[in-house]
Design a protein around this ligand. Structure first.
Ligand code: 5AD
Ligand code: SF4
Length: 442
């Protein structure tokens, strides 16, 4: 008998990647994917708790699943890792809890539960590389494909749960990454996104030891150069990078590897040295800005995006103004911004001087205004240029499609045919704050 499963994934690209691998492994083991949770034997929530109290949301979502069909309710990912045994107390209907490094074991665990061998299972081990063994067996390959090259983080920024949920940093061996990229390209992928929490501290096992060197690992720039020799890749990106680990060698690779996009996500979080120190970011605002300047000197066409947190404990008006000053100097083309959110068991949660929600909101609104100013400027600069875009989805209107250019900017175009997953050349005709509008040239 085949059992059906429903899966809902919350969170970052790493979680999407994990979610897709979970689908793959279950389908390969005879389970059937179901789109309605009420019709599924197994209901899986793969979660993220980086910025919100995900467990509350989960409690109410699971409460709504009232179906006689449900035999297993599984919670996986960072919330499972953070809640530990507590998850069964908070949500008693959950009978499987699995951490982000355990999903290769799901078929075994599900079979044990479905056949009554066990009533409850929890696995929060960090099996590290084992979960990647199934990476080269996929149900479907998308034109833009994400490949995890590294996972976990040793940086311990004081606001962040990742080092506790994803665990310590480890890198996949070069040969495993290359084999996965080759498999993806052979099956239709054209854009490869090398992903991880801190990809520029990648140190994967080397495929061979270079003569004259006793280094047993490769850095990301060596990995990128090796991947760029694989035929069929049109675009290559990597994210996320930590400013302190950004090397001149990596900057130079952008000039050496034509398919590497001239766009890098380097989150700064704050422009105040005091707050950066309290966040344990290990660099100053000036050091960060100097790196962007050096990068621009080396690659004149490079553009940057960043993440920001406003209202970190102890952030004064002056600290926040330092962030606005940094924004003015850095000139980002795209950014992501968040109000600081207390994450249990992180050092910042215990800090005094937590900031009032209202102040956080006011600061966020001011920050967005400052960021949009640059975004609008860059979007207007695109008007009249031709941009190659990868069409990713349908737009809101009839015949409207949305694609991404190399700068990850959304380009909106019209087409009578379905062009999703294709690369298209477009002429940009007008711009707005969050996107530009173009017409197809081919
Ligand atoms: N509160 C607000 N934003 C956070 N981020 C991580 N932890 C928190 C938190 N506790 C943001 C950071 C990070 C991005 C992935 O999420 O900006 O770069
Ligand atoms: Fe979290 Fe900091 Fe690591 Fe990023 S670098 S995952 S913010 S601890």
């Amino acid at each position: 008998m085949s059992y059906s499963f429903y899966i809902k994934v919350y969170g970052c690209q790493m979680n999407d990647y994990d979610g897709q691998r979970i689908e793959d492994i279950l389908v390969l083991n005879g389970f059937i994917k179901e789109n309605n949770p009420l019709n599924a034997d197994i209901v899986i929530f793969y979660t993220c708790n980086i910025r919100e109290k995900a467990v509350h949301k989960l409690e109410s979502t699971i409460g709504m699943i009232k179906s006689n069909k449900t035999k297993v309710i599984a919670v996986g990912g960072c919330v499972a890792q953070a809640e530990k045994d507590n998850i069964f107390k908070r949500i008693p209907r959950v009978n499987l809890s699995f951490g982000p490094s355990t999903y290769h074991k799901l078929p075994e665990y599900l079979n044990d539960l479905l056949h009554g061998k066990k009533k409850r299972i929890i696995d929060l081990n960090n099996y590290r590389l084992e979960k990647f063994d199934i990476s080269n067996k996929r149900k479907e390959v998308t034109t833009s494909a994400y490949v995890a090259i590294q996972e976990g983080c040793d940086n311990f920024c004081t606001y962040c749960v990742v080092p506790y949920t994803r665990g310590r940093e480890y890198s996949r061996p070069v040969i495993d990454v290359i084999n996965e990229v080759k498999y993806l390209v052979a099956n239709g992928a054209k854009e490869i996104v090398l992903g991880g929490q801190n990809v520029n501290s990648y140190h994967g096992e080397a495929p061979y030891i270079t003569i004259g060197s006793n280094r047993k690992t490769w850095r990301i720039e060596e990995l990128i150069k090796a991947i760029s020799t694989i035929d069929g890749i049109k675009r290559l990106r990597y994210l996320t990078s930590h400013p302190k680990d950004f090397t001149v060698e990596l900057m130079k690779v952008h000039n050496e590897v034509p398919m590497l996009v001239p766009f890098v996500h380097i989150p700064v979080q704050s422009g105040s040295d005091k707050i950066l120190k309290l966040m344990n970011r290990n660099h100053t605002a000036r050091e960060y800005l100097d790196k962007l300047k050096l990068f621009r000197d080396i690659c004149p066409d490079i553009q940057f995006s960043s993440d920001f947190i406003v209202g970190f404990p102890g952030e004064t008006e002056e600290d926040f103004n330092d962030t606005l000053k940094l924004v003015e100097e850095a000139k980002y083309t795209l950014s992501f911004y968040f109000k600081y959110s207390v994450r249990p068991n992180t050092p910042a949660a215990k800090m005094t001087n937590q900031i009032d929600e209202k102040i956080k909101e006011e600061r966020l609104a001011k920050l967005i205004k400052a960021l949009l100013k640059d975004q609008v400027y860059y979007n207007n600069e695109l008007v009249g240029t031709t941009q190659e875009i990868l069409i990713t989805k349908k737009g809101k209107r009839k015949n409207q499609y949305i694609g991404k250019n190399v700068y990850m900017q959304s380009v909106i175009i019209n087409s009578n045919e379905n062009i999703i997953d294709q690369f298209k050349t477009t002429l940009i005709e007008s711009a707005s704050e969050n996107c530009v509008f173009g017409k197809l040239l081919d």
